[in-house]
Ligand binder design. Structure first.
Ligand SMILES: CC(C)(COP(=O)(O)OP(=O)(O)OC[C@H]1O[C@@H](n2cnc3c(N)ncnc32)[C@H](O)[C@@H]1OP(=O)(O)O)[C@@H](O)C(=O)NCCC(=O)NCCS
Length: 160
C-alpha cells in the first residue's frame, strides 16, 4: 500500500538515490543536462541543508511502499513583491520509480504537495522541466500546468 509522507533527514540516502535516478533520466532526455564532476557531492549537501525544512509546509514529500519509491520537492518563490502573483512555490524535482508509474503516484505527490503549500498560504505553483522530455511535459500539462516563460540557452562553443 503506497502512502505519502513528509521526508525526514534520515531519509537522505534514499532520497539521494532517487535524485540520482532523476538526473540520469534528465541526461537521457538531453545530454547537455549532465552533472559536474563533483555535482553529486554538492547536491547531497544541498539536500541535507534545505530539503527537510518542514515549516510552513514540508518541502519534500515521499511516496513510500514502505521504502521510498518516489518524491517531490519544491521551494518558496521570492518574487520580491514585484510581480502580481499569489504567493508561489516552485516544484524543482518529481520522480516516481519506473516500476511504480501509471498508478497515479505522480499525480498524488503533486496533489499532496499543492494541498500542503496552499494550506500554508502558497496557492500558486510553478514547475520547470526539460523541454525535450516529452513525457514530463505531457505529465505537467495533464495536471493543468500551462506555459509561462521559456529559458533559452546558448552553450559557449556556439558563440562566435
Ligand atoms: C512524470 C512522472 C513523475 C509521472 O509519474 P506517474 O506516477 O507515472 O504519473 P501518474 O500515474 O500520476 O499520471 C498522471 C497523469 O500524467 C499523464 N502521464 C503520465 N505518464 C505519462 C506519459 N508517459 N505520457 C503522457 N502522459 C503521461 C497522464 O495524463 C496521467 O493521467 P491519467 O493516469 O489520468 O491518464 C514519472 O513518469 C517520472 O518519474 N518520470 C521521470 C522524471 C520526470 O520526468 N519528472 C518530472 C519532471 S521534474
Amino acid at each position: 500500500m503506497i502512502s505519502i509522507r513528509a521526508a525526514q533527514s534520515d531519509d537522505l540516502p534514499e532520497i539521494f538515490a532517487l535524485w540520482q535516478a532523476l538526473m540520469a533520466n534528465g541526461e537521457a532526455s538531453d545530454p547537455r543536462y549532465r552533472l559536474a564532476p563533483n555535482g553529486a557531492d554538492r547536491m547531497r549537501q544541498y539536500i541535507h541543508d534545505g530539503w527537510f525544512v518542514d515549516r510552513p509546509f514540508p518541502r519534500t514529500l515521499l511516496a513510500v511502499d514502505p521504502q521510498p519509491v518516489g518524491f517531490i520537492q519544491g521551494v518558496i518563490v521570492d518574487s520580491l513583491g514585484i510581480l502580481d502573483f499569489a504567493p508561489s512555490v516552485r516544484i524543482g524535482d518529481l520522480w516516481v520509480n519506473p516500476e511504480y508509474r501509471h498508478r497515479g503516484i505522480g499525480r498524488s505527490l503533486v496533489a499532496h504537495f499543492v494541498d500542503r503549500a496552499t494550506a500554508a498560504g502558497f496557492p500558486r505553483i510553478e514547475v520547470g522541466t526539460l523541454i525535450r522530455d516529452e513525457r514530463a511535459v505531457a505529465f505537467w500539462r495533464a495536471l493543468g500546468f500551462v506555459d509561462l516563460n521559456v529559458i533559452l540557452a546558448r552553450e559557449p562553443k556556439a558563440i562566435g
